[in-house]
Ligand binder design. Structure first.
Ligand SMILES: Cc1ncc(COP(=O)(O)O)c(C=O)c1O
Length: 425
């Protein structure tokens, strides 16, 4: 499987020193050791330019929108600029970008708005692999008579069972809600193919790209999905969410809104006053990724090309990290890795994985690592259907290691050394 936009040319090498110099928080120390931030799937660190953009907004543009004075006009401009940046990020038009509090809140509001158009007996296809934020908002529509069809995984490699998905599509299917990549096991779903299958039966497709966004270039045009949602705090920006919606849907479906608010998309979906200072940070986060692309490949011209160049570089780099991680973990006794481990299939995964060590509670392992300055996550990370399906929910779930492009091979080696130490205690 190839990621749209990533197959143009060989990747340029990542300049890891340049990358790390952009993120001041990477200098954090724990008990005299440098912190290793392997917790990216729960939120990434933030480069300096994002912090500056937030501060600059508050210093020189802080106001509400659409007023007849300087700071309000600056705020309008800033929202436009950030929307244009996200349009390049998604590969869509500016008026197809919606800002919101986070992915979960956006998804609840979209599910409520879409669900009001449906009838009892209409079907929604959901998956066992998804984060609960792309499950519960749709499942809530059962109250209105919607029927939920849940797609299973293949247990051996924790990937989505496409045959099962196909068997659940029919003329009553109204929507397929599916993740682009699993926040627990790193599997990348074939979302272009899923979109094609869903459209063939007349269903809409809602893609949760929260986990994918820091790991690959998103191209909603190539995917042809109806909606796609992600959270800038997972791709080096502030704590917010953003939605892509096809123009016809953002204009056609009816969001719950107050009367004085405009009925024009995309603003009609943005209830109340937005967190303008953080939206300033979204624009800067996209600019950071573009800057990384320009740094890797000075021949790029447009911002979209720069974003593609950045991901060409980071995908290759992250693959090296996860290859070494998996190889190292396989030599530690008692480690069980959940997800794809065959290097020939690494294009089907990103650099996130979950593991267990014997019967040890993942919280104990995370605390052991945490004392050594290695930040990982334990539990179900809201991929509740998956931990239940794998039978590990009652045993504390799994330990998650999330590598992004600011992590290093040295950090992977430190993690492996610490896990070896833990395993032989
Ligand atoms: C895959 C995935 N989807 C959805 C969410 C929810 O995102 P938010 O925190 O923006 O609501 C997360 C958060 O961890 C996630 O990893």
């Amino acid at each position: 499987m190839s990621t749209p936009g990533l197959d143009r040319s060989a990747a340029h090498a990542l300049d890891i020193d340049w990358v790390r110099s952009q993120f001041p928080s990477l200098q954090t120390q724990v008990n005299g050791q440098p912190a290793a931030f392997l917790d990216g799937p729960a939120g990434t660190q933030v480069p300096t330019q994002v912090m500056h953009a937030i501060q600059n907004y508050l210093m020189g543009a802080n106001a509400n929108t659409c007023g007849a004075f300087l700071t309000s006009r600056r705020t309008d401009e800033l929202l436009n600029t950030a929307r244009a940046a996200m349009a390049d990020f998604f590969h869509c038009q500016r008026d197809e970008v919606v800002f919101g509090q986070n992915m979960t809140t956006i998804t609840f509001s979209v599910s409520r708005a879409i669900g009001r158009e449906w009838n009892a007996g209409d079907e929604i296809v959901l998956t066992t692999l998804d984060h609960d934020a792309n499950f519960s908002p749709w499942k809530a529509l059962e109250e209105k008579g919607a029927v939920i069809r849940q797609v299973d995984i293949r247990e051996d490699d924790c990937t989505l069972n496409l045959d099962d998905l196909k068997s659940k599509l029919n003329g009553k299917t109204k929507l397929v809600a599916v993740g682009y990549a699993s926040n627990a096991v790193g599997a990348i779903n074939p979302v272009a193919e899923i979109t094609r299958l869903a459209h063939a039966v007349g269903a809409l497709v809602y893609i949760d790209a929260v986990h994918f966004a820091p790991h690959g270039l998103i191209d909603v045009k190539a995917l042809d999905c109806d909606f796609l949602v992600c959270s800038p705090y997972k791709f080096f920006g502030p704590h917010l969410g953003t939605l892509y919606g096809k123009r016809q849907h953002l204009q056609g479906f009816r969001p719950y809104k107050v009367r004085p608010c405009t009925d024009q998309a995309p603003e009609r979906w943005e209830t109340g006053t937005q967190v303008h200072e953080l939206i300033a940070g979204i624009g800067a986060a996209v600019e950071y990724i573009a800057e990384l692309g320009r740094h890797s490949d000075p021949s790029v011209v447009t911002r979209r090309e720069a974003l593609a160049a950045a991901y060409r570089t980071t995908v290759a780099y992250e693959r090296r990290l996860v290859s070494r991680l998996i190889e190292g973990l396989q030599s530690i006794s008692g480690v069980r890795i959940y997800g794809i481990t065959d290097p020939r299939r690494f294009a089907e995964r990103c650099s996130t994985l979950s593991l267990r060590i014997g019967n040890h509670n993942p919280t104990t392992i995370a605390a052991f690592l945490g004392e050594r300055g290695i930040f990982t996550w334990d539990g179900n990370y809201y991929a509740l259907n998956l931990t239940e399906r794998l039978g590990v929910e009652a045993q504390g779930g799994m330990l998650r290691i999330g590598l992004v492009h600011y992590n290093t091979l040295d950090e992977v080696e430190r993690l492996l050394t610490a896990l070896r130490e833990f395993a032989i205690r």
